[in-house]
Design a protein around this ligand. Structure first.
Ligand SMILES: NC(=O)c1ccc[n+]([C@@H]2O[C@H](COP(=O)([O-])OP(=O)(O)OC[C@H]3O[C@@H](n4cnc5c(N)ncnc54)[C@H](OP(=O)(O)O)[C@@H]3O)[C@@H](O)[C@H]2O)c1
Length: 336
């Protein structure tokens, strides 16, 4: 299986390492022989149709800050050129999530689908802004589109709702889908001011380069869009979400909630409408997780409410979700 990898940052590199360390096992257990044939970052590209050497690729990135130094001659093929010209079966999109125009990920994904490639995306931007049309494009071109890592990192939230609860009708759900704001709110519950809690989260590397994605609820809203489309069959995008972030929460609000045995959490909910906003949650509710954890409670017609909890991000965790998607694509495409 030939793969083009768009982006070689935290997730891209973790995925490449995982492919290398799991190669024998992937073949023995799943008959899967993945081959990275093209990788690019903002600096340039590395291409080898017979398969790139992953250790060499990681060394090039580490030593020269770009994969373009993979071979003697620098490769300046652009991402778009690679997606439009290189032969591969699967494209994996791991460039930054952007909620203004979803680029460059959106172009990578649409061009790959038009060329008949299956697509895996951990980039939430294209799904948040164009989920319904991307699904249509995938169906039209008869390719598979998977995105397990966009919600919950390595925690299989989408798989759980779609597959483990199959046959059920999920009527609503509420989730803590952004670990950074949960970390800040947890610190505030322990007495820190908003500014100190934000500073601590930044120091630990939890906050996005554009802090607004976390603090103003954009990241949580993007995940809500993905869940609403995939799980509930809605056809919605970012503008359909009512969104309030956590910037206005102060220590008095937190204390008031604590007096009622509750905690303030940034909750993404899908019931009569789609909303991201800070809400008081009882501390004995399984949804009320601390620190960077994510949690989501699905309420279904017959089996009541179930909560799934796990780490919502992390390079290796998210890379493992890409591997899950790859195995799924291999299984589905060999059925056809
Ligand atoms: N990190 C996580 O835990 C996590 C979890 C779930 C989902 N995600 C999503 O996964 C994606 C990747 O996350 P990450 O943490 O790996 O980000 P990252 O470390 O910033 O990596 C992004 C990569 O994309 C490349 N890139 C960005 N713009 C590009 C462009 N125009 N052309 C070519 N390459 C470009 C960057 O190139 P340079 O290396 O040259 O800068 C970098 O290699 C994001 O969309 C994120 O929201 C991340």
């Amino acid at each position: 299986m030939r793969i083009i990898l768009c982006g070689f940052g935290t997730v891209g590199q973790s995925f490449a390492k995982l492919l290398e360390s799991r190669s024998e096992d992937l073949y023995a257990r799943y008959g899967l022989k993945p081959r990275l044939v093209g990788v690019f970052d903002t600096g340039g590209s590395a291409i080898d149709s017979s398969g790139l050497n992953i250790s060499k690729l990681i060394d090039a990135k580490k030593n020269h800050n770009s994969v373009k130094k993979y071979s003697e001659t620098e490769n300046n093929t652009s991402g778009t050129e690679m997606v439009n010209e290189l032969e591969a079966e699967v494209l994996i999109e791991t460039t930054q999530s952007n909620y203004n125009d979803a680029e460059p990920g959106l172009t990578h994904i649409t061009n790959a689908m038009k060329r008949g490639m299956h697509v895996i995306s951990v980039n939430k931007g294209p799904l948040a802004l164009a989920f319904p049309s991307l699904m249509e494009l995938a169906n039209y071109n008869q390719v598979l589109f998977r995105f397990s890592g966009t919600v919950g990192g390595g925690t299989p939230i989408l798989d759980f709702a779609k597959n483990s609860l199959r046959g059920e009708r999920i009527v609503s759900f509420d989730g803590i889908l952004n670990g950074t704001t949960n970390y800040i709110l947890t610190n505030m519950a322990n007495g820190m001011s908003f500014d100190d809690a934000l500073g601590d989260a930044k120091q630990k590397g939890y906050v996005e380069a554009d802090e607004s994605l976390d603090l103003d609820g954009l990241d949580a809203a993007a995940k809500l869009v993905i869940l609403a489309n995939w799980i509930m069959g809605m056809k919605v995008t970012m503008p359909d979400i009512k969104r309030t972030g956590i910037r206005k929460i102060n220590n008095d609000d937190i204390k008031r909630a604590a007096g009622k045995n509750s905690a303030i959490k940034l909750i993404a909910s899908c019931d009569k409408e789609l909303v991201v906003e800070p809400k008081e949650i009882a501390t004995d509710d399984p949804l009320c997780v601390s620190g960077t954890l994510n949690a989501i409670s699905f309420t279904s017609e017959h089996s009541g409410t179930q909560t799934i909890i796990g780490r919502g991000a992390g390079g290796t965790e998210t890379a493992s979700s890409i591997l899950r998607d790859l195995i799924d694509i291999r299984n589905e495409s060999t059925k056809a």
